[in-house]
Design a protein around this ligand. Sequence first.
Ligand SMILES: [Zn+2]
Length: 176
Amino acid sequence: MTNKLTTVPGTPEERKRKRKEYERIYKLTHKNIISQQGKRYYRKHKDRINKRQKIYSANIGNFKKYNITLGEYNILLKKQNHVCAICGEHEKTTLRGKVKKLAIDHCHKTKAIRGLLCNMCNRGLGYFRDNTKILNSAINYLDKYKKSFDNQSDELKQFLYDMIVGFGDAWGGGVK
Ligand SMILES: [Zn+2]
């Protein structure tokens, strides 16, 4: 009677380690076959692979630059509720008909990732040279203009009111 082996020997960890070792050796000794298989696969699925590569380069190419994985990016995205960290809005800018991913914003000095921004806010920070002094000055500038505009608008309203009432009197009866 022969001893039939019904179970593969070793613990699951050992079997996993053996399989990995086998795969490693297989890859080393079958380089040509694997390379040919890869080429055949590419020829067969060329369009799909190229399309995926294009999207990858456009959107995810930056991941390598900032040393972040897609998983880490998605965690950040979830933390920010999928909106820009500054304006709180979803990305609207499109690239080849597809809405872009939020940009990975980083500190130019330390290279550390600060957060994810929409295209407009990301560019805005760049145009303001990432400089809080200039940004504050811009806020004050806009506020000052708004105040003077509001005042002017009230004065204008008053002026128009006076004009109409005045004309009304002149026409006899005034404005009702
Ligand atoms: Zn934004």
